[in-house]
Ligand binder design. Structure first.
Ligand code: B3K
Ligand code: ZN
Length: 878
C-alpha cells in the first residue's frame, strides 16, 4: 500500500544520512521480460550521526525482492522488514557489505523513470528519484559512491552495453549472451547512474584537453540516424573548449558518450560520462532540423556537458538545492550560446521566456522560490523558476561582484566542494569570499517567491540641472508568503538625450550605471543635465523584475529607434505593441470600435527600413508579443479577444508595409549550402517573418509565395516556415493545406523527430487545430501515445500554442485535456503533470472560462489513486 495521501517534505527537516555507501557494485542481467539486479553495497556508518548502529532503511519502488545478504550471509524474511517502498535491515557493525538482489520489469515501465525500454533498447533515467526503481538504495544526492556496473545481455539484440566511466572488461557467455563491466572512478550520487543496452551505431571523434589528455567522444543512435550526429559532436567539442577557456574546467574521464533515445521525458540527462538525450536534442541534418533545433541542440549538448562540473563533480546536498546545479548550469550554457551566436538575441530570447512563462509561474498557484522550502513531488520542481530564474539569480551575482570576482568565486566553489554535495548557501558564500562583497540581502532571492515590481518615477529641475530617479520595489504575495523583504536588485540604467544619445554618467564617461536597489524606495541624483533625459531602465534585463515607468507612446517609439541596448530596444517595441493590442481588446469588450494606434504600425515600418540594425535583432523586433505574453500581462485574460486583436494588428502591419516586406523577402534569399551560422540564421529568420506577415494579405501572388517556398525549400527551416505560413493563412484552401501536409507525411513518416512537428504544426494552428481535428490526429498511425514528444506536440501544441481553439466553445478543450491527464497519470505521471500546467492558471481568466477550467480540474482531483505528481499540482491549484 502506498501512503493514502502523498505528504510534503521540508528543507528545514534535512538530516545527513545514517550511513554512507562507499562502493556500489551492480550486475544487470537483462532479459526479454525482466531484469535481475544484484547490488553489492559497501556501507559505513556516518560517524557524525553517532557511533551506534541503527537499522538501515533503503528506499525502493516497484521492486521484487529476491534475496538479501549481509557480509555474505543470507537473511531470512524475518530478519528484514519489507515495506511498500522500503527495505529495512539490522546492522551490527560500523562498516559492512549489503547484497540485494531484485527483479524488475523494464518492459512494463511506462513512467520512463528507472530502467525502461525505448524502441527495443534498454535505457535509464534516474534523476531525481528514479534509481529506487532499479534497486533498494539510499537514493539521495548527498550519498556519493564509486560505482562498478556489469551489464549482461543477449549479444544479438544488444551488442552495445554501456554504463558510466570506463569499460574495464568484457566477455562472452554461452547461449549468445555477453557482458561488459564499467568502472566510474569518480564518486557520484545514484541519480547520475546510467545504463544503455541496444543495437546502436556510433560516430566517434576525440578532444585533446588543455593538459593534453585525449578524450574519446562517442555519439550512439539507431543506425538510420547515424548521419545526423555531426552537429551534436561539433557542439560537444565547442563546449569542452569553452569550459576550459571561460571556467578553467577540464574533462576528467577518458571517454564521453551521448546516446539518443526516442522516448524520453525531458531534453537530456547529464549522467556521468554517459549523457542520455531525447533524440530531438541530438539529431540534425539540414533537411530534417530547423535553425532553432540546431541552436537548441548546441545549447543542450553544452548544458549537459557543463554539468560534469556544475552538478556532477560538485553535486547537490538535497533536492531543495536543485537550482545550485541547474541555475548555474543554465547560466553557463546561456553565456556559451551568446558567445557562439548573437549575444543580443540570446538575451532577448531568454528575457522573453522569463517574462512570459516564468513570470506566469511566479504569479500562479505553484509559485516557489528558486530554492523551494517544501515539495510533495520533486519532479514538479524542474521548473522555469528553478532553471531560468535560477540562472538570472546567478547572472545578478556576476553583475554585482563583477566578472573577475565571479570567476574567482566559481574557482573557489569548484575547488572547495569537488567530490562533495553542496548547497546554494555554499555557492553564495564562495562568491562572497572571493569578491569581498556582502550578499546578505541578495540571499532573499533564494527564499522568496514572486516577481518583484520595480516602479520608477523621475523629475527634472531645469534651474539646477538635476535629474532625480526614484525607484520603489514591492513583491506580490505568493502561496505561503504573504509579505516579502526588499530584494537587492541591480538595475542597469542609461539616460538618453533628445537625440537618442546616452549621456555620460560619471567622470570616466561611462553611459551605463548599475543602481543597487536595496530599500523599499530610494532616489538617485544625476547632476549637470541641460534637459530632461529619457531613462533606459533595466538594460540587458539586469534583473528578473517587472518595470513600471510611465512611458508615453512616443517615448517607446524613440527607444525602439535609439536605445543602444538591444534588449531595451526590443522591450520598448513589445511594450508599445502590448499597449496597442490591449486597446483593441478593451474596445472589443466594450463593443466599441477602436482604431489601431498608427504609431505602432509606423514604428514597425522604421524597424523594417533600418539598414543599420542587426538582422537578428530586427527579426526579434518584428515579432509581436505572443498571445501567451499578452495573457501574462493582462489583469484578466480574454483569450479570444487577445487572438483577434493581435491578428488585426498583424494584418495592419502587413498591409501598411507590404512593399518593404516583399522587398526584404526577396533580397534575403540565401543561395548555396545550408549553414547553421548566426549570420545565415538571422537572414532566414527575418525572411520567414516577412513571409508570415505577407500571407496575412488576401493576395494570390503572396499566398503563392508560401506554397512556392515550401516546394523549393532546400532546408527544413524554410520548409517548416512555409508550411506554417500556409497552414495559418486564412486565404489558403483546405485542399492546398492538405496536399502540403500529405507531402510532408510522405517524405518524413519514418523520421519520428520530424513528425513531431507535423503534429505540432496542426495542433497549434488556430484554423486547423480544432478539437475534432485533434481527435483524428491522435488516431493517426504516426502518433504514439507512449512518446512524450508526440504528446507534447499534440497536447502541448493545442493547450499552450493554440489559445484560440483551446478556449473556444464551452470548455470542451479543457475536458479533452482532463481526459488525457487522467489517462496519462497512470502511464507517465511526470508528463501528465507537465501537460496540466495550462489548466492551473484558471484564476486569471474571465469568469465564464475560469469556472469551466476549474470544473475540469475538479474532475481530475476526484480520480482515486492520483500520482503524487498530479495530486500536488491539482490540490495546490484549486
Ligand atoms: N538534470 C536533468 C533533468 C532531470 C529531470 C528529472 N525529472 C536535465 C538537465 O537539467 O540537464
Ligand atoms: Zn540541467
Amino acid at each position: 500500500m502506498k501512503d493514502a495521501q502523498p505528504r510534503a517534505i521540508y528543507l528545514k527537516d534535512y538530516q545527513a544520512p545514517d550511513y554512507w555507501i562507499d562502493t556500489t557494485d551492480l550486475t544487470f542481467d537483462l532479459f526479454e521480460d525482466h531484469a535481475l539486479v544484484t547490488s553489492v553495497l559497501g556501507l559505513r556508518r556516518n560517524e557524525d550521526r553517532g557511533q551506534d548502529t541503527p537499522d538501515l532503511t533503503l528506499v525502493g519502488i516497484d521492486l521484487e525482492l529476491v534475496s538479501v545478504f549481509i557480509d555474505g550471509s543470507e537473511l531470512t524474511s524475518d530478519q528484514y522488514i519489507l515495506g511498500s517502498e522500503s527495505l529495512t535491515v539490522p546492522v551490527t557493525r560500523l562498516s559492512f557489505s549489503l547484497t540485494v538482489v531484485t527483479r524488475i520489469r523494464p518492459q512494463e515501465n511506462t513512467s520512463l523513470e528507472g530502467l525502461y525500454k525505448s524502441n527495443g533498447m534498454f535505457c535509464t533515467q534516474c534523476e531525481a528519484e528514479g534509481f529506487r526503481k532499479i534497486t533498494y538504495y539510499l537514493d539521495r544526492p548527498d550519498v556519493m559512491s564509486k560505482f562498478t556496473t556489469k551489464v549482461i545481455a543477449d549479444r544479438g539484440r544488444y551488442p552495445v552495453l554501456l554504463s558510466n566511466g570506463n569499460d574495464i572488461a568484457r566477455g562472452e557467455f554461452e547461449g549468445g549472451r555477453h557482458w561488459v563491466t564499467w568502472k566510474d572512478p569518480f564518486k557520484k550520487p545514484s541519480y547520475l547512474f546510467a545504463l544503455v543496452g541496444g543495437d546502436l551505431e556510433m560516430v566517434e571523434d576525440s578532444f585533446t584537453t588543455m593538459n593534453g589528455r585525449e578524450v574519446a567522444l562517442r555519439i550512439f543512435t539507431e543506425s538510420h540516424n547515424i548521419d545526423k550526429c555531426d552537429h551534436a559532436m561539433l557542439s560537444l567539442k565547442k563546449s569542452m573548449k569553452w569550459d576550459e577557456e571561460v571556467y578553467g574546467r577540464e574533462y576528467d574521464l577518458d571517454i564521453f558518450m551521448i546516446v539518443a533515445v526516442d522516448h524520453f521525458n525531458m531534453g537530456a540527462m547529464e549522467n556521468k560520462g554517459l549523457n542520455i538525450f531525447n533524440s530531438s536534442c541530438v539529431l540534425a541534418s539540414p533537411d530534417t532540423a530547423t535553425d532553432a533545433s540546431y541552436q537548441r541542440i548546441e545549447a543542450i549538448v553544452a548544458h549537459e556537458y557543463f554539468h560534469n562540473w556544475s552538478g556532477n563533480r560538485v553535486t547537490c546536498r538535497d533536492w531543495f538545492q536543485l537550482s545550485l546545479k541547474e541555475g548555474f548550469t543554465v547560466f553557463r550554457d546561456a553565456e556559451f550560446s551568446a558567445d557562439m551566436n548573437s549575444r543580443g538575441v540570446k538575451r532577448i530570447a531568454d528575457a522573453a521566456i522569463m517574462k512570459t512563462a516564468q513570470f506566469a509561474e511566479d504569479a500562479g498557484p505553484m509559485a516557489h522560490p528558486i530554492r523551494p522550502q517544501s515539495f510533495i513531488e520533486i519532479s514538479n520542481f524542474y521548473t522555469l523558476t528553478v532553471y531560468e530564474k535560477g540562472c538570472e539569480v546567478v547572472r545578478m551575482i556576476q553583475t554585482i561582484v563583477g566578472e573577475h570576482h565571479f570567476r574567482k568565486g566559481s574557482d573557489l566553489y569548484f575547488e572547495r566542494f569537488d567530490g562533495k554535495a553542496a548547497t546554494c548557501e555554499d555557492f553564495v558564500k564562495a562568491m562572497e569570499e572571493a569578491s569581498g562583497v556582502d550578499l546578505s540581502q541578495f540571499r532573499h532571492w533564494y527564499n522568496q517567491a514572486g516577481t518583484p515590481v520595480v516602479t520608477v518615477t523621475d523629475s527634472f529641475d531645469q534651474a539646477s540641472g538635476r535629474y532625480l530617479l526614484t525607484i520603489a520595489q514591492s513583491c506580490p504575495a505568493t502561496p505561503g508568503q504573504e509579505t516579502k523583504l526588499p530584494f537587492h536588485i541591480p538595475v542597469a540604467v542609461a539616460l538618453l538625450d533628445k537625440d537618442g544619445k546616452a549621456l555620460p554618467l560619471n567622470e570616466a564617461g561611462e553611459t551605463e550605471r548599475v543602481l543597487h536597489v536595496t530599500a523599499a524606495e530610494d532616489t538617485w541624483t544625476f547632476e549637470g543635465l541641460t534637459e530632461k533625459p529619457l531613462p533606459s531602465i533595466l538594460r540587458n534585463f539586469s534583473a528578473p523584475v517587472r518595470v513600471k515607468y510611465d512611458y508615453r507612446r512616443e517615448d517607446l517609439v524613440f527607444l525602439m529607434k535609439y536605445d543602444s541596448d538591444s534588449y531595451n530596444r526590443w522591450d520598448a517595441g513589445q511594450r508599445l505593441a502590448t499597449a496597442v493590442i490591449e486597446d483593441l481588446v478593451d474596445g472589443q469588450l466594450k463593443d466599441k470600435e477602436t482604431a489601431i494606434d498608427s504609431r505602432l504600425v509606423d514604428a514597425f515600418g522604421v524597424v523594417l527600413a533600418d539598414e543599420e540594425l542587426d538582422k537578428a535583432v530586427k527579426a526579434e523586433m518584428l515579432k509581436l508579443p505572443s498571445e501567451a505574453s499578452l495573457a501574462e500581462q493582462a489583469e484578466e485574460i480574454h483569450p479570444l479577444q487577445i487572438c483577434e486583436s493581435r491578428s488585426r494588428v498583424r494584418k495592419a502591419i502587413a498591409e501598411a508595409h507590404k512593399d518593404k516586406l516583399l522587398e526584404l523577402y526577396q533580397t534575403l534569399h540565401l543561395k548555396g549550402e545550408y549553414r547553421p551560422q548566426a549570420g545565415d540564421i538571422a537572414k532566414r529568420t527575418l525572411r520567414n517573418i516577412c513571409l508570415g506577415y505577407l500571407v496575412e494579405l488576401e493576395d494570390d501572388s503572396l499566398q503563392q509565395l508560401a506554397e512556392d517556398q515550401y516546394k523549393n525549400a532546400s532546408n527544413m527551416t524554410d520548409l517548416r516556415a512555409a508550411m506554417g505560413a500556409v497552414i495559418n493563412s486564412s486565404f489558403q484552401s483546405r485542399e492546398t493545406i492538405d496536399s502540403l501536409l500529405n507531402d510532408y507525411l510522405d517524405r518524413y513518416k519514418d523520421d519520428a523527430v520530424v513528425m513531431d512537428s507535423w503534429f505540432m504544426l496542426q495542433s497549434s494552428s488556430p484554423s486547423l487545430g480544432t478539437l475534432e481535428h485533434l481527435r483524428s490526429l491522435q488516431e493517426h498511425e504516426s502518433f504514439d501515445r507512449t512518446s512524450p514528444n508526440k504528446l507534447r506536440a499534440l497536447l502541448g501544441g493545442f493547450t499552450s500554442g493554440n489559445m484560440k481553439q483551446f478556449h473556444s466553445g464551452t470548455g470542451e478543450g479543457y475536458e479533452f485535456l482532463a481526459d488525457w491527464i487522467i489517462t496519462l497519470d497512470k502511464q507517465n505521471p511526470q508528463i501528465a503533470s507537465r501537460l496540466m500546467t495550462p489548466l492551473t492558471r484558471w484564476k486569471k481568466y474571465q469568469p465564464a472560462i475560469r469556472e469551466r477550467m476549474r470544473k475540469a480540474l475538479e474532475r481530475i482531483k476526484a480520480v482515486p489513486d492520483l500520482s503524487a505528481d498530479i495530486y500536488e499540482v491539482v490540490t495546490k491549484s484549486l
